[in-house]
Design a protein around this ligand. Structure first.
Ligand SMILES: [Zn+2]
Length: 249
């Protein structure tokens, strides 16, 4: 998280991060919890506001919190935001996929861009006096995409990386937790039965190779964990590739 870099950098220079002349910060790009907000506010002695945006539409600023912080006000004078059921594409009253049409963007217009982000909608008046619709935090994605340390990661990319590593099978599970403030991704991979009885040092090399290939495809560092052949659950319908243990409320 960027706030830790600021706080650590300040301490290295012998400065008290809480004494920096910063009063407010707008944070976006990766999901956070109320606990993390409090940590940021405590570490930097600032007020931290949530902000939502998509690089495909504008970057930060599609919506943002006001000082009352009851959800993020959508900048409706610049964006037409629809809330749709991701399967039927029919409008839903309260919670759905955000479909965004920028109204004032020039040169590269977008029409009804499907964000794949699911959020709740609030229409009641805000105490701050602004009249725009507000949205809650992103609750999930309509596809299997994960945001790990601010980077978009798709299971198909993990598959691509594993294909490059001999001795592994296409049976894997991406497990993400957040023991502290940073995401901790692990990829459990079933190995071939002939590798399973192999020497420890060879298995260790294989794990490192898996991490390296995942990093070269996705840009993130993940631990590769080899598991016994046929130890991961099999699914008859849609295979579950992701186990997200982060509690992002
Ligand atoms: Zn407000």
């Amino acid at each position: 998280m960027r706030h830790l870099t600021i706080a650590d950098g300040a301490r290295e220079m012998g400065l008290d991060p809480r004494a920096l002349p910063i009063r407010r910060g707008h944070f976006g790009g990766e999901p956070w919890t109320e606990d993390m907000r409090h940590q940021i506010e405590g570490a930097l002695a600032i007020q931290a506001y949530d902000n939502h945006g998509l690089s495909e539409v504008i970057g930060p600023g599609v919506s943002g919190e006001c000082p009352e912080r009851p959800g993020m006000h959508i900048q409706e004078d610049h964006f037409l935001v629809e809330y749709l059921d991701p399967d039927t594409l029919e409008p839903v009253p309260e919670e759905g996929e955000l479909v965004i049409t920028p109204l004032t963007r020039e040169a590269m217009p977008r029409l009804r861009y499907r964000s794949r982000d699911i959020a709740r909608l609030y229409r009641e008046p805000c105490p701050c006096g602004r009249t725009t619709i507000r949205m809650g935090r992103i609750k999930g994605r309509t596809d299997d995409m994960l945001i790990i340390r601010g980077v978009n990661v798709f299971p198909s990319q993990i598959e691509e990386a594993l294909l490059r590593v001999e001795g592994t099978t296409p049976h894997y599970l991406i497990e993400v937790s957040r023991p502290g403030t940073l995401d901790e991704p692990h990829v459990k991979v079933e190995m071939h039965s002939e590798i399973f009885s192999d020497r420890m040092d060879r298995l260790q090399t294989l794990c490192e190779r898996i991490s390296r290939e995942i990093q070269s495809v996705t840009g993130i560092r993940a631990h590769g964990d080899l598991v016994e052949p046929r130890s991961l659950e099999r699914f008859t319908a849609k295979t579950k590739r992701v186990l997200d243990r982060r509690e992002l409320g």
